[in-house]
Design a binder for this molecule. Structure first.
Ligand code: GLP
Length: 250
């Protein structure tokens, strides 16, 4: 692994997806070791699946205790049933929560079944505040530069909010659904301000398709049209990427 230092932002370049998953898992496990009651911000998508496998493996081998950990996921489709296999709560139970000793009372994900989306968003922000803020926020990145479901836009949304998904996101995420028509058109997502308030950020990026957007994120102009570019303004960001995604930095 080779680490490039852009002062507030570090780019760790790994050989392949396996190494990305191990390094990212080590980072999350380290946060929980340092602080037993850590507040973790978590992400969905295909990128972190390997990292979650590594975390579950470490837990099963006695390498971690999540009993006092609190989690906040970045986003959820809206509306969606919690039992729907495409919901993010379902994904998280399958990929992580079912395999570790987390207290489900301490798990938070925007509620896709909420009666009122706006009230749910306000409530979500309150819960993050009451938990003392997020210690470590895990992020993936969309091909269009979105973080959570903060889509390219003329302005940054600060707080958790109701989102209309981009056509490109609907297309990208249709691979998980039987047809594109079935992809929800809306979601609830932490805002850019919510994400930036995390003490540390871990962004995981893999695959050559993300090489261009990773370059923009690190070296491009800071603009809401590339939501991830705002990470240049955060004081403690680690990006873990494979060689394909980091090809412009080799
Ligand atoms: C989804 C999620 C994001 C995720 C992104 C990338 O739409 N809302 O949080 O980072 O897409 O997904 P993938 O890792 O599958 O490329």
């Amino acid at each position: 692994m080779n680490v490039l230092d852009f002062s507030n932002l570090k780019l760790a370049i790994c050989a392949d997806y396996g190494e990305v998953s191990r390094v990212s898992a080590g980072y999350v496990l380290g946060a929980v070791k340092d602080k037993a009651n850590a507040v973790l911000g978590l992400a969905t998508g295909s990128t972190p699946v390997g990292m979650y496998k590594e975390i579950v493996f470490a837990y099963k081998n006695g390498g971690a205790d999540f009993s006092k950990v609190t989690t906040f996921n970045l986003d959820e489709y809206f509306p969606i049933k919690n039992t729907d296999s495409q919901s993010y709560i379902y994904f998280m139970k399958e990929n992580l929560f079912g395999g570790i000793n987390i207290d489900m009372e301490n798990v938070n994900i925007p509620n896709g079944e909420a009666a009122d989306a706006e009230v749910e968003c306000l409530w979500y922000e309150e819960k993050i505040k009451a938990a003392g803020g997020i210690d470590l926020q895990v992020l993936g990145i969309g091909l269009n530069g979105h973080i959570g479901f903060n889509e390219p836009s003329p302005y940054f949304e600060a707080k958790t909010h109701y989102v209309s998904l981009d056509e490109s996101t609907i297309k990208a995420n249709s691979r998980f659904f039987e047809s594109e028509d079935l992809v929800p058109r809306h979601a609830l997502s932490m805002g850019v301000g919510t994400i930036m308030a995390a003490k540390k950020i871990l962004l995981i990026v893999t695959g050559e398709a993300k090489a261009e957007i990773l370059k923009e994120t690190i070296l491009g102009k800071i603009t809401p049209e590339v939501p991830a570019s705002v990470l240049q303004l955060h004081q403690n960001v680690t990006i873990v990427a494979d060689r394909d995604a980091a090809k412009y930095f080799l």
